[in-house]
Design a protein around this ligand. Structure first.
Ligand code: 8DG
Ligand code: MN
Ligand code: MN
Length: 383
């Protein structure tokens, strides 16, 4: 026996898609702080800086223990000078002055409140901030021109900023299933996004829809939307056609990480679950968020964001992988494919530049295998 033998320290891999990142981890006191700085960088459209903070946070999420001293960070990848400085301050003083002043700043708070409106991105929020607006409530008296999405975003601000529970997601799942089965028997519906990764709460509910018979899924979305609308279940919807075949820039190279599937960004009118009405913890009428439309007491429904995506069967594995997230995990998968494998990954396909051909896959497992990665299940993709 060797008395001093210890288990060799697991070396943390540098890409998030090479690691297992569970939903619950041990370092929220650090990752929350780093993610404030990441979000602030996004507000000033500094993507490089934002990703750097998100990568640092993600490394800490994958650690199997609490970070207690700077020594615990020895040999960890992705921790830049700035992140290390912030972590050190929190370990020594309990808080980071930079993070706290960011959190308190008028600009950060206003940008957060304004981008929390559905349909409002950083550009618009920044313009409004410079015009003196600070919250969605300011939008009404100033008579800002709002597009349809933003009008719905303002109208349902309270509901849309009240997290969706898993129970609500399941009820919506049943509704979507019913709608899809009614208009296309044999279709397959998968819950994607955060709920597939095991989250208890989400900002929306994401679904991917396909049919084993290639082509049967074409122009399916308008039928689903019609069915839902006829049942009075939609408060808002914007359907976008599949533009994959018309695209000139090649399937695996979309202009951004936006894909080209037929899709629908919607807001469902969800009947209140019996157990959630008349409870103290219910957020309705709680006045928690700045709302713009008074909800009458005893209202029996709430607004919930739902994303629907339709994919051809041959692309279903790629679409499933691409819509399960997390966003950082997706970004890291694409970076791994490009930088380490000379491949190009999208939610439609995987292209191998060396072999100059597309690699087919019928499951997420096969895609990981093509990429030379160990399979990571959805519940460990919470990077
Ligand atoms: P949350 O809703 O609980 O906040 O978390 P989430 O489910 O992880 O976030 P999400 O914003 O709903 O995004 C779910 C996944 O969908 C995420 O991995 C990113 C992906 N996704 C979009 N838009 C697009 C897009 O246009 N193309 C592709 N390929 N993926 C997208 O959100
Ligand atoms: Mn989601
Ligand atoms: Mn979504």
């Amino acid at each position: 026996p060797k008395p001093f033998e210890t288990t060799p320290a697991v070396k943390m891999k540098s890409y998030a898609c090479q690691r297992r990142t569970p939903l619950k981890h041990h370092n929220s006191f650090l990752t929350d702080a780093l993610e404030i700085l990441a979000q602030n960088a996004e507000f000033s459209e500094n993507e490089g800086r934002s990703v750097a903070f998100r990568r640092s946070a993600s490394v800490l999420k994958a650690l199997p223990h609490v970070v207690r001293s700077m020594g615990d960070l020895k040999d960890l990848p992705c921790l830049g000078e700035h992140s290390l400085r912030v972590i050190k301050e929190i370990l020594e003083d309990g808080t980071s002055s930079e993070v706290e002043s960011t959190r308190q700043s008028e600009q950060f708070q206003a940008m957060k409140a304004l981008t929390d409106v559905f349909g409002v991105g950083v550009r618009t929020a920044d313009r409004w901030f410079r015009e003196g607006l600070r919250s969605p409530l300011d939008l009404i008296p100033t008579g800002q021109k709002l597009n349809h999405a933003q009008q719905a975003g303002v109208k349902y601000y309270n509901d849309l900023n009240t997290p969706v529970t898993k129970k609500e997601a399941m009820v919506i799942s049943d509704i979507v299933e019913k709608a899809v089965k009614a208009v296309l028997p044999g279709a397959i519906i998968t819950l994607t996004g955060g709920f597939r990764r095991g989250k208890e709460l989400g900002h929306d509910v994401d679904f991917l829809i396909t049919h084993p018979e290639e082509g049967a899924e074409e122009r399916l979305m308008p039928k689903i939307v019609n069915w839902l609308d006829n049942q009075g279940l939609l408060l808002y919807q914007k359907t976008t056609r599949n533009s994959y075949l018309e695209s000139k820039d090649g399937p695996a190279r979309p202009a951004s990480n936006m894909d080209r599937f037929e899709r629908c960004f919607s807001i469902f009118k969800l009947e209140q679950l019996e157990s959630d009405t008349h409870t103290e913890t219910s957020s309705y009428n709680s006045g928690r968020a700045a709302g713009t439309e008074e909800r009458h007491a005893g209202s029996t429904w709430r607004a919930v964001r739902v994303d629907l995506v339709v994919s051809p069967y041959s692309q279903f594995a790629f679409a499933t992988l691409g819509w399960t997230g997390s966003k950082l995990f997706e970004r890291e998968l694409r970076r791994w494919a490009g930088q380490e494998k000379g491949m190009s990954l999208s939610s439609h396909a995987l292209y191998d530049s060396k072999q100059q051909r597309y690699l087919r896959a019928n499951s997420e497992e096969e895609i990981f295998a093509h990429l030379g990665l160990e399979y990571i299940p959805p519940s460990e993709r919470n990077a």
